[in-house]
Design a protein around this ligand. Structure first.
Ligand code: NI
Length: 138
């Protein structure tokens, strides 16, 4: 484990009370780990905002009966700069498919892929879960 440095933080009492209540509810046993997680979360947002190499999970729901949609979605995925690591397809009911697309690559390429999938007619919902490759994150 890396060397830990202690430092003090000044904060309004009411804000700290709300923070303590929230982290207790989430199951943290001390403020330090909760604070470290907040820092990590913000660093992952920076990775995405500065177009670094990241990991991401795109979920997509669509009706596979929509004319030519499946071919269109495949074309988009094949033209996605190799960011797709794996996909899983779940037939949810007679009409609806859920596709989970695991990606790794430039944040901008992953966002672009998600936007193109979302813009395809017949796609009902697309979400990008912004994750990290973990490198450089303690
Ligand atoms: Ni299906």
């Amino acid at each position: 484990m890396a060397k830990l440095t202690r430092f003090g933080i000044a904060m309004e009492e009411a804000l700290l009370r709300d923070f303590d209540r929230e982290i207790r509810r989430k199951g943290y046993t001390n403020r330090s780990e909760a604070f470290r997680d907040l820092v990590r979360e913000s660093l992952v947002k920076v990775e995405w905002a500065s177009n670094r190499e990241v990991a991401g999970v795109i979920s997509m729901v669509y009706d596979h009966h929509h004319r030519e949609l499946v071919a269109r979605l495949l074309d988009i995925q094949h033209g996605s700069h190799g960011v797709i690591v794996a996909t899983q397809h779940i037939h949810m009911d007679h009409h609806n498919c859920l596709e989970v697309i695991v990606t790794k690559g430039k944040a901008g390429d992953i966002q672009h892929l998600a936007e193109r999938l979302k813009a395809a007619r017949g796609v009902k919902h697309v979400n990008v879960n912004m994750a990290t490759v973990g490198r450089g994150l303690m």
